[in-house]
Design a protein around this ligand. Structure first.
Ligand code: SF4
Length: 213
């Protein structure tokens, strides 16, 4: 939830490799440290916030995703999981934030032929997404949109998932205030006209496009 103080756990590694990934240190060039689940839960306890966001990379990719999510829930945290929804695992969470990747997200086929193919094969498993939605206590489906064609595609996916407007969030593509303002002028009215939520990139407005926000 925007404005809620939260502890972010970012797992490293992703099975999609979008060309525009803004966390390449967790996808294309994974880095970070290995931590035991108990030590991680203790660390979160020590930091204070009761809300935890498990994100990535793709947080359902690590083998420990199921045990980690269960440990955080058992410890009493409010857990949000941000996922592209391509991996079927019995995760526990309070809020599933599902972000399906739209056509045009794949990396360049000339530069990354293998990842281009894998991305297209993996990006839209509707049955897996529906299972994740039905297993979550609450959910939202979030799309990053750059133009009218992508907005229409997002609406088609929401319909295929049988997700109603109140659970759909549209976020503009953009990493500068100028880009966000330009997108908002046409995308917000369009989004709200069909009953979806418009979701600005507040972290960029508050902190700029930088790591750790
Ligand atoms: S799914 Fe997310 S983390 Fe993975 S490459 Fe795409 S934008 Fe990056």
């Amino acid at each position: 939830m925007v404005g809620t103080e939260s502890f972010f756990i970012r797992t490293s590694g992703c099975n999609l490799r979008c060309w525009f990934c803004d966390t390449p240190y967790a996808s294309w060039h994974p880095e970070g440290q290995v931590m035991a689940i108990d030590a991680l839960v203790d660390r979160v306890h020590g930091e204070g916030p009761s809300h935890v966001v498990l994100t990535g990379g793709e947080p359902l990719l690590p083998a420990a995703a199921v045990n980690l999510s269960q440990a955080l829930m058992d410890a009493g945290f409010h857990l949000t999981i941000e996922t592209a929804g391509t991996i079927d695992k019995p995760i526990a969470c309070d809020l599933l934030s599902l972000s399906p990747k739209l056509g045009g997200s794949a990396p360049d086929p000339g530069e990354h032929p293998r990842w281009n193919r894998l991305h297209e094969e993996r990006r839209l498993p509707l049955e897996t997404m529906q299972r994740l939605i039905h297993a979550a206590r609450d959910f939202q489906v979030k799309f990053v949109v750059n133009d009218q064609r992508q907005f229409d595609e997002a609406a088609e996916i929401a319909e295929a998932l049988d997700v109603k407007g109140g659970n759909v969030f549209i976020m503009p593509q953009g990493t500068t205030l100028v880009e966000l303002d330009r997108a908002e002028s046409w995308l917000r009215p369009l989004t709200e006209s069909v009953g979806y939520h418009y979701c600005d990139r507040m972290q960029i407005r508050w902190y700029g496009n930088r790591r750790g926000t």
